[in-house]
Design a protein around this ligand. Structure first.
Ligand code: UDP
Length: 240
């Protein structure tokens, strides 16, 4: 009989920063290939994988807004376009190793990718295709973490798996404070009250309201993405 895994359908959030690795270029093809390979192994097991990709490796609206007359909304639209670049790169990489992949954008770019259509996205997943959601929520003033929570709820995925450059959630920034402690499980309230930078507040509260667990893991360790998707890092019970 088929082995069963914790989740049937997952939402994997890959930040733009993670795609850059330690390269000077915006995207490290070794990283996109590693992601593609690991996603391939789990889709072969029958787990449905949807991705939300960030854009921070190319452009982050909040850090540009205000400078040289750029208003926040315009800056955020540029940021959303950056996520589309990452999505197309990831799609090309996935398809180069034979994973059928569709990109859906939150605003129309019909020559480049499908528009986001929830029922069509679900159909793709049911057929074993990977779906990459690009352009965030399609709205300025939001983040791709919020897009991850939103799309997860919409397509009835069971978990948001947040791939980062650190091992999980710390009580301080581990890159600055060598004594920062890795926290095991957290409630949504702990994240918001202690202002832990797991995700922004909009994303966290959206997960909380919809009982969506969030698993934070390090994408730089080989095998971690497929482990996360198989549920290896998830704790029992209703925790974050
Ligand atoms: N963005 C936006 N609305 C969204 C998602 C993203 O305006 O729903 C813009 C915003 O400017 C953001 C940029 O796109 O800074 C890139 O996304 P994000 O910072 O979330 O990427 P990540 O941190 O995951 O690389």
């Amino acid at each position: 009989s088929k082995p069963s895994y914790k989740w049937r359908r997952v939402l994997l959030k890959v930040s733009g920063e993670a795609l850059a690795g330690d390269q000077l270029q915006n995207i490290d093809p070794k990283i996109t290939m590693a992601i593609a390979r690991e996603v391939a192994t789990v889709t072969r097991l029958g787990i449905e994988v949807a991705l939300v990709v960030g854009g921070g490796n190319i452009f982050r609206g909040s850090s540009w807004a205000g400078s040289s007359g750029l208003d926040r909304s315009s800056a955020d639209y540029i940021g959303m376009l950056a996520t589309v670049m990452n999505a197309i790169f990831l799609q090309a990489t996935m398809e180069s190793i034979g994973i059928p992949t569709r990109v859906q954008t939150a605003f129309r770019m019909s020559e480049v990718a499908e528009p986001y259509i929830r029922r069509r996205a679900v159909r793709h997943l049911e057929k074993g295709r990977v779906v990459i959601f690009a352009a965030g929520t399609g709205n300025p003033f939001f983040t791709t973490d919020t897009a991850a929570a939103l799309r997860c709820a919409e397509i009835n995925a069971e978990v948001v798996l947040k791939a980062t450059n650190v091992d999980g959630v710390y009580d301080d920034d581990p890159r600055r404070n060598p004594h920062a402690r890795l926290l095991d499980t957290l409630t949504y309230e702990e994240v918001t009250s202690k202002d832990l930078s797991v995700m922004d507040m909009t994303a966290i509260t959206l997960c909380q309201e919809n009982n969506i667990p969030v698993v934070v893991f390090n994408l730089n360790k080989p095998g971690n993405i497929s482990k996360a998707i198989k549920g290896c890092f998830a704790k029992q019970g209703r925790s974050l």
